[in-house]
Design a protein around this ligand. Structure first.
Ligand SMILES: NC(=O)c1ccc[n+]([C@@H]2O[C@H](COP(=O)([O-])OP(=O)(O)OC[C@H]3O[C@@H](n4cnc5c(N)ncnc54)[C@H](O)[C@@H]3O)[C@@H](O)[C@H]2O)c1
Length: 353
C-alpha cells in the first residue's frame, strides 16, 4: 500500500471524478515524470481504480530520470500492470505498446531546482515534449502537457484573475526564463502537433498545487514553511512578503487534471487551480498558524542565492473555462487543505531543510 500519500485523499479524488473514471478503464497510459509529486498521485489513483472500479485494469508505463524525485521506490513493483522505466525523456523513446493517453508531467518545477539545472529544465519541456508528442502522434493517443501558470509571467493587475487568453508578460532572459520560456515553447509544440498532425493535445496550466506527498527538500513555499514549522523555527519569507498566490489542494487539482486529460477539447488550454483566496506570503504564515492552532513567527529575508528572485507579484487563476467545459469545481478550502497538509508533514518531515 502506498504510504507516502493520504489514501483518504485518493478515494476523495475518485469519488469526485465519478463517471469520468470510465474513460480510463482498460486503457494504457504513458506517464512521464511519474515519480514526481503529481505523478505519484496519478499512479495512486489508477492503482486504486484498478483495485476498486475498473472492469479491465489500466496499464501504466512510468518514465522518470529521478533528477528531482529521489530514489525510485519499490511501490510500483506490487502492481503487475505498472511498469517503471528509468528514462530521461529528452533521449529517444522506444515504446512498443499501444498507448491511449500520454501524460507529460515531467519537469523541474521548483525554482530552487531550476536555478540549479537550467538546461535540463528547458530540455524537458521542449525536447522531452517533442519526443512524447511523437509517441502520441504515432499512437493517435490523447496528449496532455503540464505547462504552468508561470507562462503568464507578471501580469498587469487588470489581467488578474488571469484567463487562458492572456498572453503573458514574461522575460526571455533571467533566472526564471529557463522554466517560463520553455513551458511557452512546449505549448507551441502542442499547438503545432495539433494543427499539423491532428494530435489531440490538451495543455494544463496548474496554479500552485500543494498537499501530502511533497518532498521536504522540494523548496517550494509550503514544504519550506512546513519543514520550519516541524523544526519549531521562525518561517523565512523571501522578498517583501507581499507577493500573492492562490493555493490549490492536491485532491482538487488532480480532479481537474484528470477531467482535462480525459475530456479536454483537443487543442485547448485549461487553467487548473483554486482562485480563492489570493493571499500574500505574510498572510500565508497566518493561515498556517490558524490551521495548526498555534502562533508561528516569521522573518522577512532577502532572496537566497539558490532561489531565482524577480518572481511575479501576483498570481490568481480565472477558472471559468474549466468550470464550463470540464465541470471542474475546487472544493477544499485553504484552512482544511493546510490542516491536512501540515498534519501529514508533522508525521513525515524531519524539520528544517
Ligand atoms: N505542482 C505544481 O504546483 C505545478 C505548478 C505548475 C506547473 N507544474 C508542472 O507540472 C508538472 C509536475 O509537477 P510536480 O509538482 O509533480 O513536479 P515534480 O518536480 O515533483 O516532478 C517532476 C518529475 O519529473 C521528473 N523529470 C524531470 N526531468 C525529467 C526528464 N528529462 N526525464 C524524465 N523525468 C524527468 C523528475 O525527476 C520528477 O520526478 C511539471 O512539469 C511542473 O512544471 C506543477
Amino acid at each position: 500500500m502506498n504510504t507516502f500519500l493520504l489514501m483518504t485523499d485518493v478515494d476523495e479524488i475518485i469519488e469526485q471524478l465519478d463517471e469520468i473514471t470510465a474513460d480510463y478503464d482498460g486503457k494504457t497510459i504513458l506517464l512521464a515524470g511519474g515519480l514526481g509529486f503529481l505523478g505519484r498521485y496519478f499512479m495512486s489513483v489508477f492503482a486504486r481504480l484498478n483495485e476498486t472500479k475498473f472492469s479491465e485494469p489500466c496499464k501504466l508505463i512510468i518514465l522518470d530520470n529521478l533528477i528531482t524525485s529521489g530514489k525510485a521506490s519499490n511501490y510500483i513493483d506490487q502492481y503487475p500492470e505498472f511498469k517503471f522505466l528509468e528514462q530521461d525523456i529528452t533521449t529517444p523513446l522506444n515504446i512498443d505498446e499501444h498507448i491511449d493517453f500520454v501524460i507529460h508531467c515531467a519537469g523541474i518545477a521548483s525554482p530552487f531546482y531550476y536555478r540549479a539545472h537550467p538546461l535540463e529544465t528547458a530540455d524537458v519541456a521542449i525536447a522531452g515534449n517533442r519526443n512524447l508528442l511523437e509517441v502520441a502522434k504515432s499512437n493517435q493517443a490523447r496528449y496532455t502537457f503540464f505547462s504552468s501558470s508561470e507562462i503568464y509571467g507578471d501580469p498587469d493587475p487588470k489581467h488578474i484573475p488571469t484567463p487562458e487568453s492572456y498572453r503573458g508578460n514574461v522575460s526571455s532572459q533571467g533566472p526564471r526564463a529557463c522554466y517560463d520560456e520553455s513551458k511557452r515553447m512546449g505549448e507551441t509544440l502542442c499547438y503545432i502537433y495539433n494543427h499539423l498532425h491532428g494530435t489531440a493535445t490538451t495543455i494544463i496550466r496548474p496554479f500552485n498545487v500543494y498537499g501530502p506527498g511533497m518532498q521536504e527538500a522540494d523548496y517550494r513555499v509550503l514544504p519550506n514553511f512546513a519543514s520550519l514549522i516541524k523544526a519549531g523555527k521562525p518561517l523565512k519569507v523571501y522578498g517583501g512578503g507581499n507577493q500573492t498566490r492562490t493555493f490549490c489542494y492536491v485532491t482538487d487539482a488532480i480532479n481537474g487534471f484528470l477531467r482535462a486529460i480525459a475530456k479536454g477539447v483537443p487543442g485547448e488550454t485549461y487553467n487548473i487551480g483554486n482562485p480563492k483566496p489570493e493571499i500574500s506570503m505574510v498572510e500565508l504564515v497566518q493561515h498556517c498558524s490558524d490551521a495548526i492552532g498555534k502562533k508561528i513567527d516569521h522573518n522577512i529575508i532577502e532572496y537566497p542565492d539558490s532561489y531565482p528572485a524577480d518572481e511575479p507579484n501576483r498570481r490568481c487563476p480565472d477558472i471559468r473555462k474549466a468550470k464550463l467545459q470540464l465541470e471542474y469545481v475546487p472544493n477544499v478550502d485553504l484552512k482544511t487543505g493546510l490542516q491536512r497538509f501540515l498534519s501529514w508533514t508533522d508525521d513525515n518531515f524531519v524539520g528544517e531543510q
